[in-house]
Design a protein around this ligand. Structure first.
Ligand code: CO
Length: 134
């Protein structure tokens, strides 16, 4: 069902410092910070030859990653995103297999303008999983 790894998202408290680590220490290509108020984050995209890293900093009071950073003050891997061809077919197959889909189960438009869903970490080896239709 799943295809390519689209991105790994890393939550950070200090986006400028995290960007500097990826740009200067690791020598990667990084984007400008991109505020995404609908998702409660500011994102920097790190482009790697085979995938992307997304550095996420909380934006606004009700950021979805604020709680994660309370538990992981130095930051950490927040989720992984796998590509699927048909998000509704993937959702139905996952639900039939007993996996929990977060939210109301309807895809939302994600950071790349494509439909996404999130899957419960307890059903996927303790890792929040995003699926994105590409
Ligand atoms: Co993501």
């Amino acid at each position: 069902m799943i295809g390519r790894l689209n991105h790994v998202a890393i939550a950070v408290k200090d986006l400028a410092a995290a960007t500097a680590i990826y740009r200067d220490t690791l020598g990667a290509q990084v984007s400008e910070p991109l505020p995404q108020p609908a998702h409660g984050v500011t994102v920097v995209f790190v482009q790697l030859p085979n995938t992307k890293i997304e550095l996420l900093e909380p934006l606004g009071e009700a950021s979805t990653i604020a709680g994660f950073l309370d538990k992981n003050p130095s930051g950490g891997i927040h989720h992984v995103c796998y590509e699927v061809d048909d998000i509704l077919a993937a959702r139905d197959q996952l639900k039939a297999a007993g996996a929990r889909v977060l939210g109301n189960g309807e895809p939302k438009i994600g950071a790349h303008g494509k439909p996404v869903l999130f899957l419960h970490p307890k059903d996927f080896c303790g890792t929040l999983v995003e699926i994105e239709q590409v």
